[in-house]
Design a protein around this ligand. Sequence first.
Ligand SMILES: [Zn+2]
Length: 247
Amino acid sequence: MKADPAVQRQLLDLQTVDTVVAQRTHRRRTLPELAIIEAATARLAALGDDVIRAQTAIGDLDREQKRLEADVEQVRSRSARDETRLTSGQFSNPKELQSLQQEVQSLARRQGDLEEQVLEVMEQRETADAGLADVRRTTAEVETELAGAQQRRDAAFAEIDAELTQRQAERAVMLGGLPADLIALYERIRAQLGGTGAAMLRHRRCEGCRMELASTDLSKARTTAAEEVLRCEDCGRILVRTAESGL
Ligand SMILES: [Zn+2]
């Protein structure tokens, strides 16, 4: 393939733009913020589950406390009724009096037990409330972190996208000045070799694969007509000769 040496050098300019485009595209895909956003989003989902769990536990404790308090109330009113009967002193026989006294004692024990259980439930409720407050605080922190990361991501995207738009415009102009067969070869190599299709021969090295040219290849580069499009014998990329080639 033949191409004017100046055109061959323009291919290097195109390569420079394409390398920048590839770098920015890679950066857009691998922004650290993306990992932060993903982790924070997963964290918030888990924290949401924690909130529901904590609220359910608190609801259960509330119901338990109400049930126990109703029991206490029941025992208390029964005890008060018994006390009234005891003070009235109207008993048909001593056995009745004894049985009533025993019941009053038993009710007092039962009330004590129930009140102790109420206190326990209230303590558990306090712990559960504190736990829920903790989860909510953490949620707020993670939400702030997420919002910050989203903001930084959006700013980075805007910057990268603006540059990509500009580079694509430059690229379009460059493509207009290059022969179709040379572009086709360049694109084919780029697709095969991951991004770089054309490399400068600089100080006897191919800048594509960084290999120093063998002496036979060097003499070939020296003697081949400047219009002839050279390929690196090592990596296969288009090798562009310039004043820095060291030939
Ligand atoms: Zn090479």
